[in-house]
Design a protein. Structure first.
Length: 274
């Protein structure tokens, strides 16, 4: 026996709706012979008579009527699923978990967050503070500094289960509190040296420098927006650090990630345009 083709059921539905072979053929864009052959195959597979021919047209049997009820329900579900899939290819919705160091989150991303949410009312965001000990896998997207001078070199040491893309470069400068003496009391890391204060986050480091406890290197977008700080010097040639986006591979190609990437690039551009 020839293998049954599930699309034969569309011929059953078409004949039920049109009541004639010519009408069903025109509806499906085939000839009457095809409709008749497919109907015979379906009746043979189900071992049931599906239609009787009368002077008014083809009429579904009681068995066929029960089958049609199920087929129409299934077709409705399939049409709805197809519409949802089609919409999901363009609609930006759901929850986006974004991780970033607080010093950049608060000054670079949060000021532009309303623009993202206003543009995509079906999108919600969860902001996650990123530090050295927090796994980037907890987020859909992480924004952080590259470990080396370029995003390409960082990608070579990043596990292949994530997608790395460059966001731009941030220029750095050395800052201290206005009117303070540059004491070397504080460092972001507890390196070997005569340091009396060590901190584990750039945000805390910034607070210490505001209090006159030392100097620190900051992105110009951070330091120049701090009224309590003054720029001690900019390195020649200028210091830059690569900013990168790390995203989960399952989001690659989705409208949600595309919208986030566009927004992040806009945030970075506004941040560096002093």
């Amino acid at each position: 026996m020839q293998a049954f083709r599930w699309d034969n059921f569309q011929y059953v539905l078409a004949l039920h709706r049109c009541e004639t072979l010519s009408g069903a053929a025109a509806f499906l864009g085939v000839n009457e012979t095809t409709v008749s052959r497919r109907l015979a195959q379906t009746e043979q597979y189900l071992e049931s008579r599906l239609f009787t021919r009368r002077s008014t047209g083809w009429v579904a049997t009681e068995t066929c009527q029960r089958l049609i009820m199920r087929l129409e329900r299934v077709k409705g579900e399939l049409d709805e699923a197809q519409a949802e899939l089609s919409e999901s290819r363009t609609r930006v919705y759901g929850t986006l978990r974004i991780a970033c160091e607080p010093i950049l989150m608060n000054r670079m991303l949060v000021p532009g967050l309303s623009l993202l949410l206003d543009q995509y009312p079906d999108l919600s965001c969860e902001l996650i503070s990123l530090n050295r000990n927090s796994p980037k896998s907890d987020a859909d997207v992480a924004v952080c500094f590259a470990a080396d001078s370029s995003a390409e070199s960082y990608e070579s040491i990043t596990p292949p289960t994530v997608v790395v893309s460059p966001l731009g470069r941030l220029q750095l400068g050395l800052f201290m509190a206005s009117g303070s003496v540059a004491n070397d009391y504080v460092s972001e890391r507890n390196d070997n040296g005569p340091l009396r204060i060590s901190v584990d986050s750039p945000e805390t480091l910034l607070s210490c420098v505001r209090s006159g406890l030392g100097q620190c290197v900051l992105p110009l977008g951070v330091g120049l927006r701090e009224s309590q700080l003054v720029l001690v010097q900019t390195h020649q040639p200028p210091w830059f650090r690569e900013l990168i986006q790390i995203s989960q591979p399952e989001l690659d190609g989705t409208p949600r990630l595309a919208a986030c990437t566009r927004w992040l690039n806009d945030c970075v551009q506004r941040f560096v345009d002093l």
